[in-house]
Design a protein around this ligand. Structure first.
Ligand SMILES: [Zn+2]
Length: 67
């Protein structure tokens, strides 16, 4: 197992998620890379302090840690 590759990949996607959330929080439209549907920021269904960002089909689903 090559964990350095794994860590690199997850760090990259973490940065991508951060960039995506930044756009969403500014009210910009971001399309899902998979189904090309707009990704919606969903804070209303938050459990505790968590919300999520997801597309209509659910192939993009990002859990949010709200500070
Ligand atoms: Zn999608």
């Amino acid at each position: 197992m090559d964990f350095s590759q794994l860590n690199k990949a997850s760090a990259q996607s973490f940065n991508e998620q951060k960039a995506l959330l930044k756009k969403l929080s500014k009210g910009q439209t971001v399309l899902c890379q998979h189904c090309e549907q707009p990704i919606q920021l969903d804070l209303t269904a938050a459990k505790g302090t968590k919300g999520s960002a997801h597309c209509a089909k659910g192939c993009t689903h990002i859990e949010l840690d709200l500070m």
